[in-house]
Ligand binder design. Structure first.
Ligand code: COS
Length: 384
């Protein structure tokens, strides 16, 4: 435990109440208006959601992975767009600074990220570099005491709202692959940084992504993360290790929400003279959902505990991300099935969740990339 137990109980209690009393009742509005209402965003900042993982000395809660996972089980009860609003800030967009930033960089950004005064974004993906992250082409050329960044980043979550971008760019040759990549902290409004039009997505309405374009964008040499060239790819991978556990935990939370909704519906809905929950084929779907979500929760708790104890967990984080995101896809599908025709209608939230969770199997590494990381980890250990 990174936090004092009583304080943690108070924080998670406040988050649980906020989810039930504020987020869930606003789900339809967020979906409709494609934005989180400003007063709800302000409330999310007030209860500290933007500072979950940022160390206490910089104004955050400094939560351990186990504590973060426990929070995500709660947050997953509400529509995924709410998590998305703060998740990059507490996850991949701040963790690079926490892990590898210089003291000046930490001081400059972490306190403002922790309060939500500025939002963070993580700019790795490009039009031609998704799963093969080491093939990025965005370049950063050193010119005296500055770097000149050129290139396009794609599908960047929270880009329209972001105050600071962690941008991965090539300072070395393409032959150097991962070792030629460096990370930069680029502030919104820097001349040469512009945004593409809003992406139109299948789900996650209320969470915004777009291209981020760099045209001779000049940043001071002090923007180089950690002050060191050639280690940006490793920073990205380390941040993603935690991010993948975070998404796995969110998937479990969403699965549990959907199971609650499906069970309630099955108890209310009557066919052939009795609640459909009394039919064994419906029971089989409920039981499969419960079994799988329980397995996911146990995996996440175990991997989080191990990470907190200092074990390397890249392989286990991928196991969790792979299983839990696929699991919540199956749960969402069964939840629609249990709702029958109503499950296809927008009056019930289940169709929205069905679309929303599809993204979990794609971002922060597709399921196939997780399989690759897991197998490589096994082979490396066997050969060691
Ligand atoms: N922690 C620390 N270092 C890591 C690491 C981790 N989790 N994973 C890899 N590295 C290091 C490797 O040790 C290697 O270092 P050395 O050259 O010193 O040995 C370097 O990084 C390159 O690693 P690797 O050779 O495994 O790179 P690959 O190009 O084969 O790619 C994958 C690795 C496929 C795992 C990576 O490209 C990936 O995660 N792709 C998915 C990208 C992604 O998630 N995109 C979503 C963006 S955010 S929504």
């Amino acid at each position: 435990m990174a936090m004092d137990e009583d304080t943690f109980e108070q924080v998670i209690g406040a988050i649980r109440r906020f989810v039930r009393e504020v987020m869930i009742p606003a789900e339809a509005r967020v979906e409709e208006e494609d934005r989180i209402p400003p007063e709800i965003l302000a409330g999310m900042k007030n209860i500290g959601l933007f500072g979950l993982t940022i160390p206490e000395e910089y104004g955050g809660f400094g939560m351990s992975m186990s504590e973060e996972a426990a929070v995500l089980f709660e947050i997953g009860q509400a529509a995924p767009a709410f998590r998305s609003a703060f998740a990059t800030t507490v996850g991949i967009a701040s963790q690079g600074i926490v892990l590898d930033g210089t003291p000046e960089q930490k001081q400059r950004y972490l306190p403002r990220l922790a309060t939500g005064e500025i939002i963070g974004a993580f700019a790795l993906t490009e039009p031609d570099a998704g799963s093969d992250a080491a093939s990025i082409r965005t370049s950063a050329r050193r010119e005296g005491e500055a770097y000149l960044i050129n290139g396009t980043k794609r599908f960047i979550t929270n880009a329209p709202e972001a105050g600071v971008f962690t941008v991965f760019a090539r300072t070395g040759t393409t032959d150097a692959r991962a070792n030629g990549i460096s990370a930069f902290l680029v502030e919104a409004g820097t001349p040469g940084l512009s945004l593409g039009g809003p992406d139109r997505k299948m789900g996650h309405h209320g969470s915004h992504t777009c291209d981020v374009i760099f045209e001779n964008c000049r940043v001071p040499a002090s923007a180089l993360l950690g002050g060191k060239e050639g280690v940006g790819f490793k920073t990205a991978m380390k941040a993603l290790d935690r991010g993948r556990l975070h998404i796995a935990a969110a998937s479990v939370g969403v699965a549990e929400r959907l199971i609650g909704d499906a069970l309630r519906y099955a108890l209310d809905r009557r066919q052939f003279g009795k609640p459909i929950a009394d039919f064994e084929l419906v029971q089989a779907m409920l039981a499969d959902c419960r079994t799988e979500s329980y397995a996911g929760r146990c995996m996440v708790e175990d991997a989080a505990r191990r990470r907190d104890a200092g074990e390397p967990v890249a392989g286990l984080a991928s196991c969790c991300k792979y299983f839990c995101t696929e699991m919540v896809g199956r749960v969402a599908d069964r939840a629609v099935q249990i709702h029958g025709g109503s499950g296809y209608m927008k009056d019930f939230r289940v169709e929205q969740f069905y679309r929303d969770v599809r993204l979990y199997r794609l971002y922060e590494g597709t399921s196939q990339i997780q399989q690759l990381i897991i197998a490589r980890d096994m082979i490396r250990s066997a050969r060691a």
